[in-house]
Design a protein around this ligand. Structure first.
Ligand code: 13P
Length: 244
């Protein structure tokens, strides 16, 4: 399977700046070495989707609700995201787990709803610095993977992202040995046909080649560097060739 590079724009940008960034990224889509998804803030999905029309770059959201519709003020359903042109949705990002108290059970319900709607959920897992220092990384990852993945997850329907919380937005990245260990563990937890597993946490053009060449890594979930079209493309270009 091809690598997947997803840009998580988080809570950044305006309609005008998002259009400019999407256009600058889409301008280079021809012959991309990986699948590319951009995840702008929800109010900018329509504008970014319109800008990406005609390119191979896909649209993703940063969260969804687990119900199809109803009395859930401020929430957005996976079906509405599909209607807006999304193909992917991030669920269980550590910032949502921390800021909104999202549990593994809620993340699983969101991922399940995304799959039912026909979207590919990008299910995020990752340990905090305190958990890593206490030697709890493997236990935390096992609990999150078992608790957050939808039933029947397959490489075609789900993507997993391993994002150590302490590496997000800090400039610190896990060593390639640490990344290989956790990705290997997640693959084992998923059985014989594991989904693609992205690494996230301070990925940028200058460190992408080493990270993407690490065993078990099949792409990246990129925060800060995805707001710079040139650096984002350096990451896409760093993807190793994939044999069919
Ligand atoms: P940074 O690339 O800014 O560290 O963010 C990673 C992330 O959280 C992507 O979802």
């Amino acid at each position: 399977m091809r690598y997947l590079i997803a840009g998580n724009w988080k809570m950044n940008g305006s309609t005008a700046s998002a259009r400019d960034l999407a256009a600058a990224i889409a301008a280079q889509h021809a012959g991309a070495k990986a699948d590319v998804v951009l995840c702008p803030p929800a109010p900018l999905l329509a504008a970014v989707g319109a800008t990406l029309a005609g390119s191979t770059i896909r649209l993703g959201a940063q969260d969804c609700h687990f119900n199809e519709k109803g009395a859930h003020t401020g929430d957005i359903s996976a079906w509405l995201l599909l209607d807006l042109g999304c193909t992917h949705v991030i669920v269980g990002h550590s910032e949502r787990r921390a800021d909104h108290g999202e549990t593994d059970g809620q993340v699983k319900a969101k991922a399940t709803a995304a799959m039912k709607a026909g979207l590919i959920p990008i299910v995020c897992v990752g340990e905090t610095e305190a958990q890593r220092e206490k030697g709890e990384t493997a236990a935390v990852i096992a609990r999150q993977v078992r608790g957050s993945l939808p039933d029947g997850a397959s490489p075609e329907t789900v993507v997993i992202a391993y994002e150590p919380v302490w590496a997000i937005g800090t400039g610190k990245t896990a060593t390639t040995a640490d990344i290989a260990a956790v990705h290997g563990q997640i693959q084992q937890l998923c059985g014989p046909k594991p989904p693609r597993i992205l690494y996230g946490g301070s990925v940028k053009g200058s460190n992408a080649a080493a990270i993407l060449a690490t065993p078990g890594v099949s792409g990246a979930l990129v925060g800060g560097a995805s707001l710079d079209a040139a650096d984002f493309w350096r990451i896409v270009e760093a993807c190793p060739p994939v044999s069919a």
